[in-house]
Design a protein around this ligand. Structure first.
Ligand code: VG1
Ligand code: CO
Length: 543
């Protein structure tokens, strides 16, 4: 078989966003589109000659075809080997674990994460570095730059290979290892958690429901929870990965994981509920009748991590993305460890983890993780909760309420305005940016602005600076509003408004969240003119 060099024209829209390049599946399927991006990645990382790459995805529509293309291109570009998950499956955290365990030169992860899949849904691709994490901005900028110059790509004209069975194969001179997508990840989990203690928790009658949402975590959760730990059959639901996620939206939040939420809110619901997203890096945690916000989850996990074998030595520090509530900072302060505030997106945690500055990190968007990999990890967060529950033996609600009594409660909600006209959304942010310096001292419905900034982050390890990462407005009344535009959407623009308020007094910890934040919500609207500028009377999604 021979290598073909195919002439191509640059596509001008291949700029990676918050988490790699995401587009409509039909865009990725255009002739040359995927090829163009893959060749740009290979060239931006200095070529792949003699390198070993991990390749896998979340199983969505076009996953298999894209993998065949990537393998043929890796072969034509001189790669020594590709390691592929059987059936083309690898959850994002598992891909990170495999990259690290096998000490490869990085990997390509095919996923649009929590975005809907299918022919009319979304597709995505990103490159992860040898440390296992998403490429930092310097690399994604280089990929984008390359994609605008590129004139040709290289691909082998070999036949498709079968990736249905564990084993080895070859395309031209390149070796291919087809691996069990679960094994390496599972042994990593066994090294961190006390599976026997969790087993005993289930033996005591504890009931759990894990909703895999027909996405990639099904095989992982079934093998680990029902297999290795011995949870009752039926603990994992919607376990079969499907190319269109069964028509659902694989985003684990109370809106999209409604079936699970309904069961958990019932009087006789299970003790513990959890869900994960398309590529397995997000998690939702629910107790019976009690939803845990991701910001609170990060804080509770940080406060209790030492109860679990993998974190017995304590934490080096914690980090959270800027719009995530400050609950984790309060824990860090009590523990006497560092707390970092990074821009949205997992790539910003990489240097902090590599430099041992932090052990745990998380985002308000249902992402939690630790130094065990370089991605957020849905099932890991679920196992950490389970291990803590196995030690404390209380209900989820009791544990979180006790946490609030000790640290105070950070009421938190995110309001999303989806599918806005791009000009309207960026106009709103630009206008606000232009008025920031005038805001401090002004009052909005009883709240007085104490500080307003266009968030910029200087990486403490390599000194790189990321600007314009969101508008952050703080109030004297211990409340905060953050506004930013989504970088993962594939049509129009999404405005995200993050709202929070701190309440120390336990007598006030039982208020409905939207009500507790009503004043902050009103102030945000008054300051940014959200309703008047977007013409929307309410957000599409509130989490
Ligand atoms: C969203 C979340 C962000 C997360 C990103 C990728 O980005 O807000 O916290 O890191 O998705 O998550 P944005 O730019 O749309 O707000 V995943 O699970 O989609 O890889
Ligand atoms: Co995801």
């Amino acid at each position: 078989m021979a290598t073909q060099t195919v002439a191509t024209t640059p596509f001008d829209d291949q700029k990676p966003g918050t988490s790699g390049l995401r587009k409509k599946t039909t865009v990725f399927m255009q002739p040359g589109y995927l090829e163009n991006y893959v060749q740009s990645i290979f060239e931006a990382i200095g070529g792949v000659s003699d390198k070993t790459l991990v390749v896998g995805g979340d199983g969505r529509f076009f996953n298999r075809e894209a993998i065949q293309t990537i393998l043929k291109m890796a072969a034509a570009n001189g790669a020594a080997k590709c390691v592929v998950g059987r059936d083309g499956l690898l959850s994002t955290p598992a891909a990170s674990a495999v990259i690290r365990e096998l000490k490869t030169d990085g990997g390509l992860i095919l996923s649009a994460s929590h975005n809907p899949g299918g022919e009319n849904g979304d597709f995505g691709l990103k490159y992860n570095v040898p440390a296992g994490g998403p490429a930092p901005e310097a690399i994604t900028d280089a990929i984008f730059a390359r994609s605008k110059e590129i004139a040709e790509y290289r691909i082998s004209d070999a036949e498709d290979i079968s990736i249905q069975m564990i084993g080895t194969a070859k395309i031209d001179d390149m070796d291919i290892d087809i691996i069990d997508p679960v094994a390496i990840y599972q042994s990593l989990m066994e090294s961190l958690f006390d599976f026997n203690a969790i087993h005993d928790l289930f033996v005591s009658g504890f009931r759990m429901r894990f909703d895999a949402m027909h996405a990639v975590t099904g095989p992982y959760a079934t093998a680990i929870l029902e297999g290795a730990i011995g949870a009752p059959a039926g603990t994992v639901i919607n376990a079969q990965p499907l190319p269109d996620f069964g028509g659902g939206h694989p985003d684990p939040n109370p809106v999209h994981a409604k079936m699970l939420m309904d069961e958990m809110m019932g009087a006789d619901g299970p003790d513990f509920g959890a869900a994960s997203d398309g590529d397995g890096d997000r998690n939702m945690i629910v107790g019976r009748g009690f939803y845990v916000t991701p910001s609170d989850s990060l804080a509770v996990l940080a406060a209790n991590a030492e109860l679990v074998p993998g974190y017995r030595e304590g934490l080096n520090g914690v980090a959270r993305s800027m719009p995530t509530s400050r609950a984790a900072d309060r824990v860090a302060e009590k523990l006497g460890i560092n707390a970092y505030e990074t821009p949205t997106g997992w790539k910003y945690f990489g240097n902090l983890l590599d430099g041992n500055l932090i052990t745990l990190c998380g985002e308000e968007s249902a992402g939690t993780g630790s130094n065990h990999v370089r991605e957020k990890d849905g099932l890991w967060a679920v196992l950490l909760w389970l291990n803590i529950l196995a030690v404390l033996r209380g209900s989820v609600a009791d544990i979180v309420k006790a946490h609030w009594r000790k640290f105070g409660r950070d009421y938190y909600t995110r309001h999303d305005y989806e599918d806005l006209e791009t000009a309207v959304a960026s106009g709103l942010i630009d206008d606000l940016r232009g008025r920031l310096s005038a805001l401090p001292g002004q009052s909005f419905g009883g709240l007085t602005v104490s500080a307003a900034e266009d968030f910029s982050y200087a990486d403490p390890v390599d000194g790189s600076v990321s600007k314009h990462q969101g508008i952050k407005i703080a109030f004297e009344e211990d409340a905060r509003v953050v506004l930013r535009l989504s970088g993962t959407g594939t049509s129009g623009a999404t405005l995200r408004v993050y709202l929070e308020r701190y309440e120390r007094d336990p007598a006030n910890h039982g208020i409905d969240t939207q009500q507790a934040l009503a004043q902050v919500i009103a102030a945000a609207d008054e300051i940014a003119g959200i309703r008047s500028k977007t013409g929307r009377s309410a957000p599409n999604v509130m989490t």
